[in-house]
Design a binder for this molecule. Sequence first.
Ligand SMILES: Nc1ncnc2c1ncn2[C@@H]1O[C@H](COP(=O)(O)OP(=O)(O)OP(=O)(O)O)[C@@H](O)[C@H]1O
Ligand SMILES: [Mg+2]
Length: 346
Amino acid sequence: MSVLHITGVTKTFPGGTMAVDSFSLDVADGELVCMLGPSGSGKSTLLRMVGGFEQPSSGRITIDGEDVTRLPPERRPTGMVFQSHALWTHMNVFNNLAFGLKLRRLPASQIAVKVEAVLDLVGLAGYGERMTNQLSGGQQQRVALARSLVLEPKILLLDEPFASLDQHLRERLREEVRDIQQRLRITTLFVTHGQDEALSMADRIVVMANGKIEQIGRPDVVYRDPKTPFVAGFIGMMNLIDGEVRDGQFVRSNFRSALPIPDGRATIAIRPESLDLIVSATPTAKVHRVTDYGSHGLVDLDLADGTRLKSVVGHPDLFKAGQGVEIRPRVMAAYRDDHQVYRSQA
Ligand SMILES: Nc1ncnc2c1ncn2[C@@H]1O[C@H](COP(=O)(O)OP(=O)(O)OP(=O)(O)O)[C@@H](O)[C@H]1O
Ligand SMILES: [Mg+2]
């Protein structure tokens, strides 16, 4: 059952920037949806409208059947962790978490119980007396998360909560957040730049560009079958090659591949792991560089016109810079006018 309905929401800022453009999304109870997209694509604006920190210019937002479009943040069942998190530095951790509960006039004994439970949940049991500026970056993010969770929101809104942290910590925290989110079964909208984050955490991904949805789907589906060249180039490593189709053949420089679509311009997309290299007497590409990652290798190649391609290979020692190779796509998709027009059977 859907808890959150976003219907035709548009946000135009004074001055004319259309940050979000007729956006619609239904989020199921307990679902974690990741919003992914380049800087300025409208992710924060959308989240802020769900949280009540920004008013839509048009459209409707309902939570559990109630129209919240015009309600202020404190009257919505949402909790938000902001892109630049702001803990109250003049308060200790306990008071940061207790603040919202005090506003709700809960008795002190209940507040203490709830705060302790949430601190335990985010791995900060015993940190109540600490001032927030005496915490590491990761601990501060956990306090920010705990401060939202302690109010027991129906919907959790997270805007790049780990952006300022190093990769190692980010990976650990996203696993923790996923665990907590699943344990509490809390419906979550999570904004991130990090595709790894989105691919590993999300039940569904929403890819945004220019305030619009490019694609919505399960992470594995969006990765395997991007519906637009933008999504193809945005999620994961991808070889995107512009070329010309003539008589059922895609042609770019000296590279040719069967492509059963009408003649004309097209862009093909091939994952590096789907581009096979064959040592051959009739090479179509030249090896530029071989990088050995231990478990696999990455080969950079150039077509005759300098188009750079990448291929993931199991045995990097078979290839060396300067060598000529033949390239064979195992799986590919083709796009024309921003739409997918062909996809080979994997
Ligand atoms: N208060 C505002 N007034 C005017 N324009 C704004 C305002 N807030 C955002 N914008 C514009 O709206 C567009 C979307 O901004 P938004 O912050 O939603 O992007 P984002 O996807 O969150 O980007 P980032 O990944 O950099 O955080 C941008 O062009 C931005 O400049
Ligand atoms: Mg943002």
